[in-house]
Design a protein around this ligand. Structure first.
Ligand code: SF4
Ligand code: SF4
Ligand code: SF4
Length: 216
């Protein structure tokens, strides 16, 4: 295991972005590069802070940075399907692909895959998503090790895999879009060159025709 993987293995995998990074793995990468501090994970609480500090050889904080926000404990998102307008904005926001639905159709949350990250709440234009508590914050012992065992043993590894799969898919889609844009730009450039050549040929012919008329 390299350092990024060892750091990532300590993180709760809610992919909630409270640390200021686009998920647990990007935070782990920033920590490995020395570009962030280990006190930025509210779901991990003091226990994860202590483990990260030990792993990284840092002891500069013993409380999670309060500017990263509070963590209410494990929750699961529910969509009020009667109010959902099928805009798909929540699907695009979900870091673990835990929402299914089609454009202008009712959307629903796959409860077993939802990390309760809350990232689907802000984009919903009709506020029809709510979070239902699964494990109250009081039982967390301020630590993701205080989360229920089923989370750390099964759900956290699954959330990691789903987040990685989503990141890989988004990268492939971005590359495909860039490749498509390059092909389109090359086609426009080729058509412009062909038009310029055709115009130059037409001008040369017109010039020759004019010269022929003057000589006759
Ligand atoms: S659980 Fe949230 S705050 Fe903690 S590392 Fe993962 S994305 Fe960042
Ligand atoms: S459904 Fe909402 S709360 Fe659940 S993982 Fe997806 S974005 Fe997060
Ligand atoms: S963002 Fe809200 S309205 Fe739009 S599809 Fe999701 S739940 Fe439905």
């Amino acid at each position: 295991m390299n350092l990024v993987e060892r750091i990532d293995a300590l993180l709760p995998q809610t992919q909630c972005e409270r640390c200021g990074f686009a998920g647990c793995r990007p935070y782990a990468e920033a920590l490995a590069r020395g570009e962030s501090t280990p006190d930025r994970c509210p779901p991990g609480g003091r226990a994860v802070l202590a483990r990260l500090s030990t792993l990284l050889g840092r002891g500069d904080a013993d409380e999670v940075d309060p500017t990263c926000g509070d963590y209410p404990g494990l929750t699961v998102a529910r969509i009020d399907e009667a109010r959902c307008i099928g805009c798909t904005l929540c699907i695009r926001a979900c870091p673990v692909d835990a929402i299914v639905g089609a454009s202008r159709r009712m959307h629903t949350v796959i409860a077993d895959e939802c990390t309760g990250c809350e990232l689907c709440l802000p984009p919903c234009p009709v506020d029809c998503i709510t979070l239902v508590p699964l494990a109250p914050a009081a039982t967390r012992a301020d630590s993701w090790s205080g989360m229920p065992a089923w989370w750390s043993e099964s759900r956290a590894p699954r959330a990691r895999r789903r987040a990685e799969a989503r990141r890989a898919r988004l990268t492939r889609e971005a590359e495909a879009r860039q490749a498509g844009a390059r092909v389109a730009a090359a086609r426009v450039a080729r058509e412009r060159r062909q038009a310029e050549i055709a115009a130059a040929v037409a001008r040369a012919r017109a010039r020759r025709a004019g010269e022929g008329e003057r000589q006759s």
